[in-house]
Design a protein around this ligand. Structure first.
Ligand code: ATP
Ligand code: MG
Ligand code: MG
Length: 297
């Protein structure tokens, strides 16, 4: 029996992603709600399981600790963790059925949900809220990059809010470890959300670096600033922007950072730390974030 079944009460299914299924759970010990992702280890075509890869990534991701990154830990499950280090057992029957549990802070809302409810009620985000939100987002992304990861799937559905309405970046299903951001790493297959994906990731043997996330942040900023009235309008404009097209003329004086983030050439885009050093309209939010700006990792 795993710690999952003894310590957690399953309250319902939140959704199924490419790697596993997420359940809302209550921890019987601290009585708090969590989102727990169950990832079954699968046997690949070459007889290898995805175990090594999954464990390596999850281990690295679970060390991330930042106020704007969804907090996660894996739940120790005797059979899963112990067998992971043992090569000869990785093809045993047990391992085919093993499950990895990732315990995450439960986030009651997403940016997608927020923008949809604003659209339905015909309300716009006020400018202070936009820049506060964007700043939290960039701070989280800066931390992720400093930890050596590129998220690769920053979209309105993967940006969560906690109970205090603070940004929580989640869904690290495509996160890639990039030891040297200046050279990037080669990735194959463009399996992220095409809508927010940086143009260079659509190429064969794409080079991915932190700048891919910066492009996605540019599109998310468009989402925040220009609240599209329909999904198809948003898809149409994002497609133009991904090809390096101009920002729509109807957008009144968009902040110059938007175009900079959407530069077709990755090296021309500012990094997350560079964005944080800019005098953006968020300066009036005050000093509450200063403590998060110290160097991390
Ligand atoms: P895909 O594989 O296409 O990326 P996905 O992004 O929906 O799918 P997951 O990240 O596994 O897949 O998430 C599945 C569902 O669980 C989503 O509806 C997501 O909103 C929800 N979810 C994920 N993490 C949390 C969390 N920490 N708190 C609350 N809900 C979450
Ligand atoms: Mg997701
Ligand atoms: Mg996902």
């Amino acid at each position: 029996s795993s710690r999952y079944s003894t310590d957690f009460l399953e309250l319902g299914k939140l959704g199924k992603g490419g790697f596993g299924t997420v359940f809302k759970c209550k921890n019987k010990l601290d009585e708090k709600e969590y989102a727990v992702k169950k990832i079954p280890f699968k046997d690949g075509p070459d007889g290898q399981t995805n175990r090594e890869k999954v464990l390596r990534e999850v281990l690295a991701l679970s060390t991330m600790d930042h106020c704007h990154v969804v907090r996660k830990a894996w739940i120790e499950d005797g059979c899963t963790v112990e067998q992971s280090s043992s090569e000869e057992e990785s093809s045993s029957e047990d391992s085919a059925n093993a499950t990895l549990y990732i315990q995450m802070k439960f986030c009651p809302e997403t940016l997608h949900g927020l923008l949809e409810s604003l659209r339905v009620s015909d309300t716009v985000l006020d400018s202070d809220r936009v820049w506060r939100l964007f700043r939290q987002l960039v701070e989280g992304v800066r931390y992720i990059h400093s930890a050596g990861f590129v998220h690769r799937d920053l979209t309105r559905s993967n940006i969560f809010f906690d109970e205090n309405n603070n940004v929580q970046i989640g869904d690290f299903g495509l996160a890639t470890f990039v030891p040297d951001m200046s050279s990037g790493v080669t990735v194959t297959g463009d399996d992220g959300n095409l809508l927010y994906m940086a143009p260079e990731l659509k190429m064969e043997d794409a080079q991915v670096s932190d700048k891919a996330d910066m492009f996605s942040l540019g599109l998310v900023l468009c989402d925040l600033l220009f609240q599209f009235s329909t999904d198809s309008e948003r898809a149409k404009i994002f497609a133009i922007l991904r090809r390096g097209g101009e920002l729509p003329a109807v957008w009144e004086a968009p902040h110059p950072i938007v175009a900079e983030l959407l530069a077709l050439t990755p090296s021309a885009r500012p990094s997350a730390s560079q964005v944080l050093q800019r005098q953006l309209p968020w300066k009036e939010v005050g000093l509450e974030y200063v403590h998060e700006l110290e160097d991390t990792v």
